[in-house]
Design a binder for this molecule. Structure first.
Ligand code: ZN
Length: 369
């Protein structure tokens, strides 16, 4: 016997089914929409510190690794710039011309006079080959200030230098790792290559990680072609890998590891940092941080070339030391907390230079040699 159905019951069933279907479709569409618009994973930046075995321990790795140099940038020296033109704030170029050799300031916590030592790096930062006393330099500096939220005066002073310095520090992977409280690891002896005698300064034995030495050789070959190697010792290496234990012993002995020129966690432990002969003022060695000496370096053709070109080979510079360069082509090795290192020789003898620490970082351990 056929079931009795009340009129409208079919329509009710149909409506329910329709409601269910609509609900499911709505849910599906919502799920699909969320899946599509959900923010994708941000591109993962290359690691600062590798978890992988170091190159020399990887299977099938040859001793010499190809470098991962950053892409080439056109050297701005080749550009045709009109240095006497530009929308510079009135008087800015004249102020810069005077302050270049007279400004009293303490960019690294100790008094200095003038900013000529840093002029090549500042010029590179604002992207000009024009001299610091030109209208174009002032105009581009004003532009840089504006784009970094500063008053566009076109005048060089600490307010403009500080954010540049922070940027330069943070371009160094070693500093970025240091700022997390970690001191990168040192490679074993088997992970180092030895420079040729003619690549070392004064016949010292210089060792570096193979990739760094290869990149150095490519850079020197280009510097030679560019005509900026004017003396036999130019760009020879006077310090490469430094064994952490030996560095620690020297810190303890000399009590000189307070940070500006020496530290208990030296970049030289990585096998990626090198000190190269740039130039010297009469009476100074290639590693003297006396202002006269650093000024002589800033004026040299080779330093000006390095500031513009070294990055193409993966090298970054510590702004206080024109001779200190670090290769960035391979990750740093896993390290240890800086606090766990021997502290002998690191007690401050005077207040730590506050300008060394990037303002947004807490540790203040921005240290370099
Ligand atoms: Zn150094």
């Amino acid at each position: 016997m056929a079931k009795f159905q009340r009129p409208g019951e079919n329509r009710l069933k149909l409506l329910r089914r329709l409601a269910w279907t609509l609900g499911i479709v709505t849910l599906a569409v919502a799920a699909l929409t969320i899946w599509v618009i959900w923010p994708g994973k941000a591109p993962v930046p290359p690691p600062l510190v590798t978890d992988q075995p170091p190159p020399w321990e990887q299977q099938g790795a040859t001793q010499y690794m190809p470098s991962v140099d950053p892409p080439a940038a056109a050297p701005f020296t080749a550009r045709n710039e009109a240095c006497d033109t530009g929308a510079a704030p009135p008087g800015a170029a004249a102020i810069n011309a005077a302050s270049l050799t007279t400004m009293a300031w303490s960019p690294f916590g100790r008094p200095e006079v003038g900013w000529e030592i840093y002029a090549p790096r500042i010029a590179a930062e604002i992207d000009t080959a024009c001299a610091p006393d030109t209208r174009r330099f002032a105009a581009l500096l004003a532009q840089w200030q504006q784009s970094h939220g500063l008053k566009p005066t076109g005048v060089m002073e600490m307010g403009a230098f500080q954010p540049m310095l922070t940027r330069w520090h943070l371009q160094r992977p070693f500093v970025r790792v240091n700022n997390t409280g970690i001191c990168p690891g040192a490679p074993p002896a088997s992970g180092l290559s030895t420079a040729r005698p003619n690549e070392s300064y004064g016949g010292k034995t210089i060792q570096l990680r193979p990739g760094a030495l290869e990149a150095y050789r490519r850079m020197v070959a280009e510097a030679r072609t560019a005509g900026v190697i004017q003396r036999p010792e130019t760009l020879t290496i006077f310090s490469g890998f430094r064994e952490p234990a030996a560095d620690a012993a020297r810190c303890a002995r000399d009590n000189n590891c307070q940070g500006l020129v020496r530290t208990i966690c030296s970049a030289h432990r990585t096998g990626l940092a090198m000190d190269v002969y740039i130039a010297t003022a009469p009476g100074f060695g290639p590693d003297s941080s006396a202002d006269d000496n650093r000024r002589a370096m800033a004026r040299s053709a080779v330093f000006r070339w390095m500031v513009v070109n070294a990055r193409r080979f993966g090298f970054v510079n510590y702004a206080y030391e024109p001779w200190h360069w670090e290769w960035t082509g391979e990750p740093l090795l896993p390290g240890v907390p800086i606090k766990s290192l021997p502290q002998a020789g690191s007690a401050p003898v005077e207040p730590a230079p506050s300008s060394m620490a990037p303002p947004q970082q807490g540790t203040g351990s921005v240290v370099m040699r």
